[in-house]
Design a protein around this ligand. Structure first.
Ligand code: ATM
Length: 224
């Protein structure tokens, strides 16, 4: 079983398409550098942060095929995650680093569990071996009406296999994320992404500071 090292801090960004996670990442890095400590920060993502993961990402996102069945899809994401946790996340945590990951196991619950209707238990079963005890310490969930996020994505030139799915799928994913945040309250911060980027940043940082105040032990003792 993969064990969570006692050091470091594992943070993930979650949410549906087009919520502006990339824009907020830079602000998060600044927050950690200036307010937490001189921690080394590792920025990473799922899928596709390892050699195996890059191959899997190409398969998972390609649009030149009709579809991948949900059981195969959840297994491919778990395989990517297995390599990601063992090669990137756990080694960094062992060195007391802050790991910020664009997406994580929570995305499998939302997309495959709710979007593709596999259900929470099936997603858990598919991820047991890959994740072990190494769950994110905190997830920042960016919430935005699906239509707005998808419209932003469609304006960009390339869309992936997920962005081509119908609106009902994306609505199930969004509801799934909100459900997860409700079930696992202590591990989620929900940020309203339906506002200008500066507003998203200030809401995110205010909630992060509040969360930090009530989880001091985790925040301060784990990080070098
Ligand atoms: P991005 O790296 O562009 O976020 O794309 C990865 C896609 O994979 C994303 N959908 N889109 N667009 C969400 C999807 N995904 C899952 O369906 N399950 C997962 O477990 C993960 C990590 C991502």
């Amino acid at each position: 079983m993969l064990e969570r090292p006692p050091t470091g801090f594992y943070l993930t960004l979650a949410g549906p398409e087009g919520v502006g996670k990339t824009t907020q990442l830079a602000q998060l890095v600044q927050f950690f550098e200036s307010e937490v400590c001189s921690a080394n920060i590792v920025i990473t993502k799922e899928p596709g942060a390892t050699a195996v993961g890059r191959e899997l990402r190409a398969i998972l996102l390609m649009t030149d095929r009709t579809d991948i069945d949900p059981e195969t899809e959840v297994s491919l994401f778990a395989a990517d995650r297995s390599a990601h946790l063992r090669e990137v996340v756990v080694p960094a945590l062992m060195q007391g680093k802050v790991v910020i990951s664009d997406r994580s196991v929570f995305d499998s619950f939302a997309y495959q569990g709710f979007g593709s209707r596999l259900g929470i238990e099936a997603v858990k079963a598919a991820n047991n071996l890959a994740v072990g005890n190494c769950w994110p310490d905190l997830a920042i969930l960016f919430d935005l009406p699906v239509e707005i996020g998808l419209a932003r994505k469609y304006r960009q030139q390339e869309v992936n296999r997920f962005e081509l799915k119908d609106i009902a799928y994306h609505q199930r994913v969004q509801r799934g994320f909100l459900n997860l945040a409700r079930i696992d309250r202590g591990r989620f911060i929900i940020v309203n992404a339906d506002q200008p980027p500066a507003g998203v940043t200030s809401e995110m940082l205010a909630k992060l500071r509040d969360w930090r105040a009530s989880h001091k032990k985790l925040f301060l003792e784990g990080v070098n």
